[in-house]
Design a protein around this ligand. Structure first.
Ligand SMILES: C[S@@+](CC[C@H](N)C(=O)[O-])C[C@H]1O[C@@H](n2cnc3c(N)ncnc32)[C@H](O)[C@@H]1O
Length: 269
């Protein structure tokens, strides 16, 4: 297969910095779309943003992907920023810290984009899909609104952790004709299962919300889906809670952190 199988993007009238926000899938390189392959091969500068968390292996995974996917004849470089970590404690000072961190992120992204030559293309590589629980598009919108640097943004969709999880379990996210809700562990822990919605997908669950939910829910759980160390557990929550707890703890001790997502479903009456 050619590395650049699609026609080039339409040419644009005046040269303007071009910023690609590329979904790279949830870990499995085979989830990379042909659009993402093309986008990476049109990229002059890969932007890497270190959010100061312990996920250094994710930074390396992004770099490995670029080396694997970008045609060796195409020159590209990396620009990197370090933003430091912000931890969710849910209190007032936390909100102020988040606001400051956000402002720093807008400034840092502005610097990255502003560092592009007018005819260059830069790319932010976003885990999963850029339109799902990811701040890159909002931050870039703020940078554009500030008006200091002119650029175009193009989004390349990716396979989200939610799609990857459902595929690995071979399950549909919703029952026929019914809705599915995607939410965070924090919100689920606070509010419980939503009224009138029987299928709920949970991301960003440092709170282990599944610990306090009804035993009679069905769960399809996955950690590091599509990555080395993938773990999958499914069944009645009351029967699988202990196993999921052990799997999470084992993954945490192996990697220092856990990336997990799960689908919960009320049983049909
Ligand atoms: C900030 S959200 C980003 C979601 C991402 N944009 C997507 O489309 O999947 C990070 C959360 O995605 C989930 N996640 C991402 N990759 C995952 C993977 N390979 N396996 C399991 N969960 C994953 C976890 O719930 C993690 O806390």
């Amino acid at each position: 297969m050619s590395l650049n199988p699609l026609p080039p993007s339409p040419s644009r009238a005046a040269p303007r910095r071009r910023v690609l926000v590329v979904g790279i899938g949830a870990g499995d390189p085979e989830h990379l779309t042909l659009g993402a392959v093309r986008a990476l091969n049109e990229t002059d500068v890969v932007f890497l943003v270190d959010k100061g968390e312990t996920h250094t292996d994710l930074r390396q995974a992004r770099l490995d992907l670029c080396h694997r996917i970008i045609d060796p004849r195409h020159p590209w470089r990396v620009e990197e920023v370090e933003l430091g970590a912000v931890r969710d404690r849910g209190d007032g000072p936390y909100r102020a810290t988040v606001a400051a961190w956000r402002a720093a992120r807008v400034a840092a992204y502005g610097d990255l984009v502003g560092g592009l030559h007018e005819t260059e293309t830069g790319a932010f590589l976003v885990w999963g899909d850029p339109t799902l629980y990811d701040g890159t598009l909002d931050v870039l919108a703020e940078v554009r609104a500030a008006g200091d640097v002119a650029f175009d943004v193009e989004v390349v969709p990716g396979i989200s952790s939610v799609s990857a999880l459902a595929a690995r379990h071979g399950v549909t996210l919703n029952r026929p004709g019914e809705p599915v809700q995607i939410t965070t562990g924090r919100r689920l822990a606070r509010e419980g299962m939503p009224d009138g919605i029987d299928s709920v997908v949970v991301v960003l669950d440092t709170h282990e919300a599944w610990r306090q939910l009804d035993d009679d829910l069905d769960i399809w759980w996955g950690a590091f889906v599509g990555l080395p160390g993938e773990r999958l557990v499914t069944g009645r929550l009351g029967d699988q809670r202990t196993t999921i707890g052990h799997e999470r703890a084992a993954a945490r001790s192996r990697h220092g952190w856990v990336f997990d997502t799960y689908l919960l479903r009320r049983r049909a009456p």
